[in-house]
Write a protein that binds this ligand. Structure first.
Ligand code: AP5
Length: 219
């Protein structure tokens, strides 16, 4: 863990699929003026890229993890270019933790805690703008005009991996692989746990105070 004192923190945000990592990462990026590094979005943007392991789409459409070398390369390039960042969706297993620790130090590790059935409700109700990537929820955060993004006017679609069957598989894969990542940071006393079942604003208040407590500003 870094002891840097700086305005641009290096934040890791952990949590199960649907815990609100993307929602809170957008706020963190805007508030602290840092990069939002998300492996899920990077992989979706390159879903049909041919790699030595096949395409990312082949793994994502069934809810499995994309092989480590493909994901590690994305993260290595992104963290090398950023000063401050919020890292969302990575690391998801201990091999990725080891790679990350060789590449960069972190200031804060956040963990958004949400129960399984709430995760399923959130993901199966999520709709995403196909133009700008903004997320909505049919029940919790509906757009003002049905099917239309309030930010850019783009069309809202359901992500291919947000059907209930694939969502349950993603949660199973998360529990099988990523519990060890959470335990790793917890054992080192680095984990800042946040109750992710509160409203987005209440979660944000806890996220922000968790970061500010660990990363004093330069002023
Ligand atoms: P990825 O895109 O990273 O998906 P994920 O981790 O499954 O997480 P999500 O983006 O689905 O959820 P989120 O926690 O960001 O929740 P959100 O804020 O949107 O990964 C997709 C796939 O890519 C993986 O399955 C894997 O195949 C591959 N992959 C990615 N990284 C990899 C890696 N490192 N290694 C290998 N493979 C990798 O919120 C969800 C919904 O809830 C939204 O509708 C939102 O509006 C709503 N919501 C948010 N907060 C609240 C709240 N407080 N109250 C009520 N509703 C809320």
């Amino acid at each position: 863990m870094s002891t840097r004192c700086m305005a641009e923190p290096r934040i890791l945000i952990l949590g199960a699929p649907g815990a609100g990592k993307g929602t809170q990462s957008s706020r963190l990026a805007a508030h602290y003026g840092i990069e939002h590094i998300t492996t899920g979005a990077a992989l979706r943007a390159n879903a049909d890229m041919e790699t030595a392991y096949g395409t990312p789409r082949e793994y994502m459409e069934t809810g499995e993890l994309v092989p480590d070398p493909v994901v590690n390369e994305i993260v290595a390039a992104a963290v090398a270019e950023a000063d401050g960042f919020v890292l969302d969706g990575y690391p998801r297993n201990l091999e990725q933790v080891a790679f990350l620790e060789d590449a960069v130090s972190l200031d804060v590790v956040l963990m958004l805690e949400v129960g399984r059935e709430e995760l399923v409700r959130r993901l199966s109700g999520r709709r995403t703008c196909e133009e700008c990537g903004e997320n909505y929820h049919m029940e919790y955060d509906p757009p003002a005009e049905p099917g239309v993004c309030g930010a850019c006017g783009g069309g809202l679609v359901q992500r291919e991996d947000d059907t209930e069957e694939i969502v349950r598989e993603r949660i199973r894969v998360y529990e099988e692989n990523t519990a060890a990542v959470v335990a790793h940071y917890d054992e080192r006393g680095e984990l800042v746990r946040v109750d992710g079942e509160q409203s987005p604003d209440a979660v944000w208040a806890d996220v922000q105070s968790g970061v500010d407590a660990r990363v004093p500003s330069e002023t």
